[in-house]
Design a protein around this ligand. Sequence first.
Ligand SMILES: [Zn+2]
Length: 165
Amino acid sequence: MILTPHAIVGAALANLFPNDPALGFGLAFASHYVLDMLPHTDYDISGFLDTKNKTVKSIFKETKSALHLLLIAADFIFAIFLCFLIFVRNRQSLILTLIGIIGGLLPDFFQLLYYKFKCQPWTFFQKIHDRLHALIKVKNEKFWGILFQFVVPIFVLVIYFLVKH
Ligand SMILES: [Zn+2]
């Protein structure tokens, strides 16, 4: 999935357990893999990797890759902005929100580390990522792939607001 739904779900989970930030972080981290199991559209990062041995290469050489990097950066900034808007009310919720965002996005950062270094423990996390990625298959992949990116975070937000208010 793109970064915004991962960040929203992560931040919501961390804010649901204000007295246990470690649990919130763990849930946010685990939620990344659960969300990735659903059918979803992804960024095309193929241009980020060397075709031969799939390590990170200079992405600015190609326009398409540079554009995708720009989209990812915009997605990241939008995710932070939206999470702050929804969750941050005071110092505690600021810390919880940051913990949730980091937990929710960390597995994708681990992917980057894997492609860069190709060693443990990143290989281990990559295996989990690959194993669970788009595990649930549907017929109209494109349609559901986009729909889930909206429906899942909204669903989690509804639960969050029901619990919190
Ligand atoms: Zn992922």
